[in-house]
Design a protein. Structure first.
Length: 240
């Protein structure tokens, strides 16, 4: 039963209705508030690693259900004047389904689709295994990821490049990652006449996590990421 849960969540995310927008800009909402909103939601929709650096090969595949996001201050002005949503324990929690497939040439591709604060987002990734490691040596990979939130009051694009290093053991594979992210956000707001506002934020990012293989073909992953603030993600999946 546990092995079909990632597939069920992925199907639900793909089929879910769009719903009303969770962004509701008051007359006091400022461009500075919009930058904070873009940073927070950029953390929330960015494609988490939730995996190691080792390439999976042409027979490799993975289907995963994941949840998590950044810590936010719901008492801040940008949240109270711009967002109509709830957090879970102070975390802007997004839910996503992730699929990955191994390709020749030490390449892996992946896609994600999910929801955060009632808004739908999607994304893709490409990972190139620079070195698959060995008995003592760690694996290393270069990873490119892109995510987009659209179809509402805010359009948000997140691009990231990362270097990932991991080491596999019997049941656990810890990993670390460091990279660079660009977040571009657009929205119309302002008083008395709304105007197009744009944010282009760039920052260094980092992540640390571990993948645990509990049963054959079944694993769980936990990850902490650092972008605008600290984010936490957990996932459970099946695959080779």
């Amino acid at each position: 039963m546990r092995r079909v849960l990632p597939l069920a969540l992925l199907a639900a995310l793909l089929a879910g209705p769009a719903g009303a927008s969770s962004f509701s800009f008051s007359t006091s909402f400022t461009p500075g508030d919009f930058r904070s909103l873009a940073d927070a939601f950029g953390d929330a929709i960015s494609f988490p690693n939730l995996g190691t650096a080792a390439s999976t090969g042409v027979v490799g595949f993975e289907v995963m259900a994941a949840a998590g996001g950044p810590q936010v201050d719901t008492g801040s002005h940008w949240w109270r004047s711009g967002v109509d949503a709830r957090t879970f324990g102070g975390v802007l929690t997004g839910y996503r389904g992730i699929v990955r497939k191994g390709l020749p040439g030490h390449l892996d591709i992946g896609a994600q689709v999910g929801r955060v604060a009632g808004e739908q987002f999607w994304g893709g990734e490409l990972r190139w295994g620079i070195w698959d490691g060995g008995f003592l040596a760690p694996a290393a990979a270069l990873r490119l990821a892109y995510s987009r939130l659209g179809g509402s009051a805010v359009a948000l694009d997140v691009s990231e490049v990362q270097l990932v290093v991991s080491k596999g053991f019997l049941v656990v594979s810890p990993y670390v990652a460091a990279g660079y992210r660009r977040t571009v956000a657009k929205a119309d707001f302002g008083d008395p006449v709304p105007r197009r506002q744009r944010v282009d934020a760039q920052r260094w990012t980092g992540a640390v996590g571990a993948r645990f293989t509990l049963l054959p073909f079944f694993h769980v992953v936990a990850e902490a990421r650092r972008g605008w603030t600290t984010s936490f993600f957990v996932g459970a999946g099946v695959g080779l």
